[in-house]
Design a protein around this ligand. Sequence first.
Ligand SMILES: [Zn+2]
Length: 189
Amino acid sequence: MTLLTTKVTAMKNEVTFLDLRLHFQTGRAYIISGQGRNRVYGYRSGVWCNLGDVDSADWVRMVKNVISREGEQQLHQQLLQYLKDHNYAKETKSELEFNALQLHAARIFDDEAWVEFLRFNRKYRPDVAASARLVRIRPMCCKMPGEITQTMLEQHKSTNTAPCPHCGRWAEYELMTTTEMEERTNECE
Ligand SMILES: [Zn+2]
């Protein structure tokens, strides 16, 4: 996996993905004009990110700027496409676009604990998927051997559950050794 080490020229006060990492959405009504009953309210929608409380539209613009500055437009399109292809919550186009920006700022595609890490990266960034430490498990639901990241396994070790590599359900599993895998493969032949 190649690490990005081209930050040397970056200006010190440039906004980064980390600055724009989103924690939650904020919103508040404010008075536009008038007093008492004649007050006219406006509504400001915002996001709480590492920079603080920022107007949503500004945040969207800033994330897009960082994406193009870092030359990650293609990666962003892939992330958006992936969300569209797996839109189980039936989100609208603008919700999907907002989510893609949020996930991009969080560098979700580099997070081996992300449930979609292997599926996404095997599709779009095979070198990243290949560099992850993987473990083989046999989930109780599908009962077929499959792979998950070591990070995922460790994060949920206490419950002995993991997302099934085949159907995506959280399931208990049996850890497999490489030898077991080979033996099973041979059995099938
Ligand atoms: Zn399953």
